[in-house]
Design a protein around this ligand. Structure first.
Ligand SMILES: Cc1ncc(COP(=O)(O)O)c(C=O)c1O
Length: 467
């Protein structure tokens, strides 16, 4: 069958409030042309993030009722710990309230001022947590990642030559940990191959440096390996996942992604002495080591979600439904990152709106237009997010201006995606009339969340009337 069906039935629904184009004109103006500042109920299809936005299953909702809320040694903790150990294979499991808490604890114990941490591409919280304790994050994406159009199957790979050169020039004592992010969120949700993971592990082990995996989307990455890497066609995804982690010394995880959690995370290691130090910080900042900032019911739901995410029918549907959107955009010649990644679709806003220079924020302008067109919320990944150096105050174009449409897990159906495609097509048809934006006010750090914008020339924007 060619039709991709959602491999679940819908038992409970959440109504979507429909708005008109005229209403959205007022709403986006009140939100200062920043989709982050919209009320969620004023959004028809919310593609801001796939983090914490998943739909839980009947089993996970049932598990919530089994949550053991004892302070110490709760039954739910053992369920959670044993599930994590079974899939990820590490000896020590440290629960946290979300992924960035795991990062903060790990880097607090591993990093000294001046330490260098390589990664394929650091996610922004990973980068910020390394910098917070005085370390220097270094991104080493593979060269193929810079070509948005090529169909190279593992654009999330790390550049192994660059990693070796970094270890040789800086020396292993300067590098307390080597990381790789699967899939590579900041690099377009692109997967990392098993061959690349083995190579990173080889470099790390021969230099005596611990190797950690940012495991947020580990199941999507494992399924990409099954579908794209020769030799894995007949291996179960859970075994691919186990092999991935067998090459590492530990991992950080946000359960808000590939565990269907609305909250949660964890940190793993095989090093008992390190785990002891980490648990001491955990007690200070998160909670007792058997709950670490989570309710017993959350631990239960995550344990169920970690099993469900490895269902291969679900994973096939997940990857194929993202691919469905990317392929329809490519067929319409709309510039989009290829091949399809796992959790999101990335439109190349600079090529979509070539008449808007980067410092007039084409990605942000496109996010605004997509909201106006059909109530779709997306996020700019470009000059608004990365263009300002917060230390010098100097602004320059980011390397790319992308619009990310992140797809929450099990939340939207194919008809929702058809609606998104139709809306993008309509914005594409009137792209020459779209104007850029200017920033009216913005904080020094992480300005994209709260910046206020104005249209550069509102008079040029065509009136579209009601839907
Ligand atoms: C690759 C990656 N690492 C870490 C994090 C941080 O996780 P959390 O949002 O749970 O703190 C995220 C969240 O989006 C992510 O995508």
């Amino acid at each position: 069958m060619k039709t991709i069906i959602e491999p679940f039935r819908i038992k409970m629904v959440e109504p979507i409030k429909l708005t008109t184009h005229a209403e959205r004109e007022d709403l986006i103006r009140e939100a200062h042309f920043n989709p982050f500042l919209l009320k969620a109920e004023d959004v028809i299809i919310d593609l801001l993030t796939d983090s914490g936005t998943s739909a839980m299953s009947a089993d996970a909702w049932g598990a919530l009722m089994r949550g053991d809320e004892s302070y110490a040694g709760a039954r739910s903790w053992f369920h959670f710990r044993d599930t994590v150990k079974d899939i990820f294979g590490f000896e020590q499991v440290i629960p946290t309230h979300q992924g960035r808490a795991a990062e903060h604890i790990l880097f607090s114990v591993l990093i000294e001022p001046g330490s260098i941490v390589p990664n394929n591409t650091h996610f922004d919280t990973t980068r910020a947590n390394i910098e917070f304790v005085g370390g220097k994050p270094v991104d080493l994406p593979c060269p193929e990642a810079s070509d948005l159009d090529s169909d190279f199957p593992f654009k999330g790979n790390m550049d192994i030559d660059a990693l070796q050169a970094l270890v040789a020039t800086e020396g292993p004592e300067q590098i307390p940990v080597i990381m790789v992010t699967v899939t590579n969120n900041s690099g377009g949700g692109q997967p990392v191959s098993m061959a690349n993971i083995r190579e990173i592990s080889r470099v790390a082990r021969s230099a005596g440096i611990p190797f950690y995996i940012d495991a947020c989307r580990f199941a999507e990455n494992a399924n990409f390996i099954k579908r794209r890497e020769p030799g894995f066609e007949n291996t179960a995804v859970i075994d691919i996942a186990r092999e991935i982690f067998s090459y590492a010394d530990g991992c950080t995880m946000s359960a808000k992604k590939d565990a269907f959690g609305n909250i949660g995370g964890f940190l793993c290691t095989n090093d008992a002495a390190l785990a002891h130090k980490e648990r001491n910080i955990l007690i200070l900042t998160e909670g007792f080591p058997t709950y670490g900032g989570l309710a017993g019911r959350d631990l239960e739901a995550i344990a169920v979600g970690l099993r469900e995410i490895l269902d291969e029918n679900y994973l096939d549907y997940r990857l194929l439904s993202t691919q469905y959107v990317v392929e329809h955009l490519r067929d319409a010649r709309i510039p989009v990152m290829a091949p399809a990644g796992g959790h999101a679709v990335y439109i190349d806003a600079r090529r979509f709106l070539p008449h808007i220079p980067p410092l007039q924020y084409p990605g942000q302008a496109l996010a605004v237009e997509l909201y106006l067109e059909a109530g779709i919320r997306s996020v700019e990944i470009g000059t608004v997010m990365f263009g300002l150096d917060p230390h010098t105050g100097v602004e320059k174009p980011a390397s790319r201006d992308l619009l990310r449409l992140a797809i929450p897990r099990r939340v939207y159906t194919q008809s929702h995606m058809d609606y998104v495609l139709e809306a993008i097509g309509q914005v594409w048809d009137r792209r020459n009339d779209i104007v850029g934006l200017k920033i009216l006010e913005a904080p020094q750090f992480l300005r994209h969340f709260t910046a206020h914008f104005a249209r550069l020339n509102a008079a040029q924007v065509p009136s579209r009337g009601n839907l």
